[in-house]
Ligand binder design. Structure first.
Ligand SMILES: NC(=O)c1ccc[n+]([C@@H]2O[C@H](COP(=O)([O-])OP(=O)(O)OC[C@H]3O[C@@H](n4cnc5c(N)ncnc54)[C@H](O)[C@@H]3O)[C@@H](O)[C@H]2O)c1
Length: 336
């Protein structure tokens, strides 16, 4: 099997690539290696991947259609896992352009190429943020997703829509995966748990929005990778489309949207307490009002993914934090 991963130097792409390479699968990664966050971390991930002889890599952007197309067509994958994107809710408030280019134009290029090569399965990373201002919990795939509250989320919702149109027009088998707050070793420095850890160790004040009165469905990276792995060969068919699509739809595509989360909502202050305990230090708290673009609670219903793959997330947040802290101290050569 050959799998093409976009965003292979990113957090999720890196972990997925490792899992596939360890299974003896050939992986070609593509990543722009941009400097949205610490480039050293992206380089460290890439260097680990380069140790595998069944790994090859193209440094390039999604927007460079020619280079992207060439790297995919030369490799001839059966499956593409499209994880490259401009991520981050807060950054999108002041920098919407990169989101438009990477997430919308970039995904459009992937769709075009996937269709040209008649790909067997295209898996695209979406986000729990598409549920936006929804109040009904847990979030289910057939809930309405019309009210995104950040530009990042709006671009993610747009990619779902673009992907559905391609799937419907060309019978392209596509799975959209809505990730719920993924965390763990080699994680993203722009995410709250990562920033908290850094600041606690530096003895600096930590900004905590809405006084920490928020809930997140924190999902450990190994559970996410396990879910993606189990889905690889479960490309949606037209029949599956019929089964899962809302009955009121008059068209059917080999397309499905799946939540992938831990199915538990964790109170942010409890998450912080667990970090303090693990680091053996107290956080200096700087309470701030709710940040624009943030949502109050996320919680996934993953019964559809479970039905298709047997997905069963195993890592509770305290164990996950323990593993993250252990990695952080080792990677950054810090002491508690
Ligand atoms: N980590 C989470 O909690 C989370 C939650 C919801 C959704 N997601 C989605 O999952 C996917 C992977 O997220 P991640 O956490 O690994 O993020 P990440 O930022 O660590 O990885 C994304 C990678 O894509 C690359 N990239 C960005 N723009 C590119 C472009 N235009 N061309 C080529 N490469 C580009 C970056 O260099 C980076 O290495 C993204 O689509 C993200 O939106 C992540």
């Amino acid at each position: 099997m050959k799998i093409f991963i976009t965003g292979s130097s990113g957090f999720i792409g890196f972990h997925l690539a490792i899992k596939l390479l360890n299974k003896g699968i050939k992986v070609h990664g593509l990543d722009s290696m941009n400097n949205y966050y610490d480039i050293k971390l992206k380089k460290a991930r890439l260097n680990i991947l380069k140790r595998y002889k069944n790994f090859s890599f193209t440094k390039g952007t999604l927007e460079n259609e020619k280079k992207l197309s060439k790297s995919i067509k030369v490799f001839k994958p059966k499956i593409i896992v499209h994880l490259a994107a401009q991520a981050g809710v807060r950054h999108s408030i002041k920098n919407p352009n990169t989101y438009l280019h990477s997430n919308i134009f970039g995904t459009f290029n992937i769709l075009k190429i996937a269709n040209e090569i008649k790909l067997k399965h295209l898996i695209i990373g979406s986000s729990s943020s598409v549920y936006g201002a929804n109040k009904k919990l847990p979030f289910q795939e057939n809930d309405r997703t019309d009210h995104q509250v950040s530009f990042y989320a709006a671009t993610k919702k747009s990619t779902e829509s673009l992907a559905h149109s391609y799937s419907s027009l060309w019978n392209l088998p596509i799975t959209m995966l809505r990730f719920f707050t993924v965390y763990g070793p080699f994680g993203r420095p722009d995410m709250a748990y990562f920033k908290f850890t850094k600041k606690i160790l530096e003895g600096k004040k930590v900004d905590i929005y809405n006084k920490g009165k928020m809930y997140r469905d924190y999902t450990y990276i190994d559970d996410i990778v396990d879910g993606i792995y189990k889905l690889l060969n479960k490309a949606p068919s037209l029949k599956i489309g019929k089964k899962y699509n809302n009955d009121s739809l008059s068209t059917v595509a080999p397309f499905r949207t799946l939540n992938i989360g831990n199915t538990k909502k964790i109170y942010l202050l409890n998450f912080i307490n667990a970090l303090e305990k693990e680091l053996n230090r107290k956080i200096k708290r700087n309470y701030l009002p709710m940040q624009k673009g943030d949502v109050h609670t996320t919680l996934s219903d993953t019964s559809l993914l479970k039905k298709i793959t047997g997905y069963n997330p195993k890592t509770n947040y305290k164990d996950g934090i323990k593993k993250f802290v252990k990695w952080y101290l080792d990677f950054y050569k810090r002491k508690k």
